[in-house]
Design a protein around this ligand. Structure first.
Ligand SMILES: [Mn+2]
Length: 251
């Protein structure tokens, strides 16, 4: 069995609930996570550490891809010597939810105090330096995350691939497209099934309030059920023996 989840966004409780439906005990099943582990929700650090622990427990079976929010986190950590990027940091980390999870209560209070005094650059430098010293292992793990995972019949990716490039999609897709592109090929057939997140299925389906997995009837499965809003991380299951997909609203 292959299990796929996407866009956990700091929702550790919802992630733990979803993991109850995942069984890796056969030594062969896989869990593929499509990125966007951080930002918006309350415990980004907890989600990162949970995934790292799962990979340690099941090294060949747990695959974590990168999303645009991991890219943004690395970017603001790398740009810390550029004070102009303070705005980039505050915009990337909505309500500083990720900073709060990495810093812990006391250090985060200090950051809020600096922000209140409009010492924005100090707050930015303090936050990144804390992340780099206390959680270097998490940052270096994020740096190593791949953009996609292939099986003989599928590609798992955060946002999508350039399908017009055909067989050459691996080199034809601009690197930032893997984590940011829009669902441009909806309803079109491709040689591989494309399993992606990034955009809530409510929007990709065009059905207001929709919370399930969205299959476009061709080659695309979208699985971002918007955990922050709906309190649930969707799980797509793929049975490699029968070639059948299942999951919320696919049955
Ligand atoms: Mn995303």
């Amino acid at each position: 069995m292959i299990y796929a989840m996407s866009d956990i966004h700091g929702c550790l409780e919802a992630f733990n609930e979803a993991l109850k439906t995942v069984d890796l005990s056969d030594g062969d099943s896989k869990l593929i996570l499509l990125g966007d582990y951080c930002d918006r929700g309350p415990d980004s650090l907890g989600v990162f550490r949970k995934i790292m622990a799962l990979q340690q427990a099941y090294p060949e079976q747990v695959i974590a891809l990168r999303g645009n929010h991991e890219e943004m986190l690395l970017e603001y950590c790398d740009m810390v010597s550029d004070p102009d990027f303070v705005r980039g940091w505050i915009l990337a980390d909505t309500e500083l939810a990720t900073a709060k999870s990495f810093l812990g209560a006391d250090a985060f209070k200090e950051v809020l105090h600096m922000l209140k005094l409009k010492r924005f650059e100090d707050a930015y430098r303090f936050t990144v330096s804390h992340m780099k010293t206390e959680h270097a292992d998490v940052l270096s793990w994020i740096r190593g995350l791949p953009y996609y995972h292939e099986t003989p019949t599928q590609v798992f990716v955060h946002a999508g691939i350039d399908e017009e490039a055909g067989d050459l999609w691996r080199i034809g897709t601009p690197i930032e497209f893997f984590t940011t592109m829009a669902p441009d090929y909806l309803g079109q057939h491709f040689d591989l099934d494309v399993i992606a997140g990034h955009i809530a299925t409510e929007f990709v389906s065009g059905i207001p309030g929709y919370q399930g997995i969205y299959y476009d009837g061709a080659s695309h499965y979208y699985i971002d059920g918007c955990a922050v809003k709906n309190g649930r991380v969707l799980v797509l299951q793929y049975n490699e023996r029968t070639g059948e997909y299942s999951g919320a609203t696919l049955e």
